[in-house]
Design a protein. Sequence first.
Length: 272
Amino acid sequence: QSVTAFGCLMSNMWLGEFDCVSPEVFHSAFGKRYPAFRKRTQQDAQEFLICVLNELHEALKVRAQLCETRCVPDAKASGGSVSETSIITQLFEGQLSYEITCLECKATADRPESFTVLSLPVPSKSTCSLQDCLKCFFQQDTLTWNNQILCSWCGTKQDAVVKSIITRAPQIIIFHLKRFEWQDKHKGKLLTDICYPLSSLDLSPYTSPPLCKDAEYSLCAVVNHSGFLDDGHYTAFCKHSVTENWYGFDDEQIIEIPNSLVQTDNAYLLFY
């Protein structure tokens, strides 16, 4: 029901018959599946986005046969596996590989992990760039104390270093800027001015070599959050895929905006 309502919402938006379109029907249907978003209280846009993508994927997915050698009707006989794919996974799903190295015996293991949204730390309280956030996310990390790994070669828990890399880049990559931090015993919002490019975002330093050629991205949408944790307002900037003009969405107000206004210190989610 919620996916049908989403389809109607998309149709109404692109038909161009109205100055603005309310997502009320979709929101109502979606709230039946996810009661947390039924309330009229402020919710987190990133959490909402993940739930929407998951809902669309579950409704539109098809089963795909993945075989290690040649495809035969019996997946078990072929040593293959069955995966589920959809327009959502085709557009938004990427894969990270975590290289974990034991500091005792130097044995290395790779752990793949799929993602649809990358949550990036914000390394500064005043100003930084999206590349600074990416460097912070992809930097090598040391696992010690309670974070030790169980090394299969040593047979015991050991200190280790872990480094991640993108092994499959999605067509559309979504960045979530983690603007929250603990201040004393309370969670606060980081008001850092994060500079992000509108085009030519180079992800090649964070991708495996075969992907480096296709690692440049252009910004297509921004979700902004103004205010604080419990009291704020969401707006969006979206780039028209045909005219390449930018538009600002603030409830029922939709206006064309110059490229210079797309850069904002309220950015929360970036779509490239």
